[in-house]
Design a protein around this ligand. Structure first.
Ligand code: ZN
Length: 143
């Protein structure tokens, strides 16, 4: 994936975020996250049935990196099992920490590969995933 393609994917998800907009539906698990070192405030809602992510939506005010990262996360997670999703999250963390990771697993989230070189932007890319982690914790508590 070239630098140009990565930038295009990020810009596309920022300008046309997928699944943006929350709904009233108590079958979804909600989580809020914010990043005080940026303007980012993200609200996500995820529907999980039998350990599989059926749907996910988000809303909030955030910078280009955070908004696009949330949109990409939502698109990547839908259809995945909890175990698969956690694996993706772990590998995303490894990539941002410049440790060995599985690129295949990350799908489009791989576009943030170079964010590790901008420590102040790492949080922006990671923020939605922290929200996802909260959702998983809530789901496990409910079980
Ligand atoms: Zn940000």
């Amino acid at each position: 994936m070239t630098e140009e393609i990565k930038r295009e994917i990020i810009l596309d998800h920022y300008q046309n975020p997928r699944n943006r907009g929350l709904i009233e539906d108590s079958s979804y698990i909600k989580a809020d996250t914010n990043n005080e070192s940026c303007i980012d405030e993200i609200h996500i809602m995820v529907k999980i049935e039998a350990d599989r992510i059926i749907d996910a939506k988000f809303d909030g005010e955030a910078c280009a990196i955070c908004t696009s990262s949330t949109s990409i996360m939502v698109e990547t997670l839908i259809g995945k099992t909890i175990e698969e999703a956690i694996k993706i999250y772990k590998n995303f963390n490894l990539m941002l920490n410049e440790e060995a990771y599985d690129q295949e697993l990350l799908e489009q989230a791989y576009v943030y590969q170079d964010i590790s070189k901008q420590p102040n932007r790492k949080k922006c890319a990671l923020l939605p995933w922290w929200g996802f982690e909260k959702v998983i914790n809530t789901y496990r508590e409910k079980k």
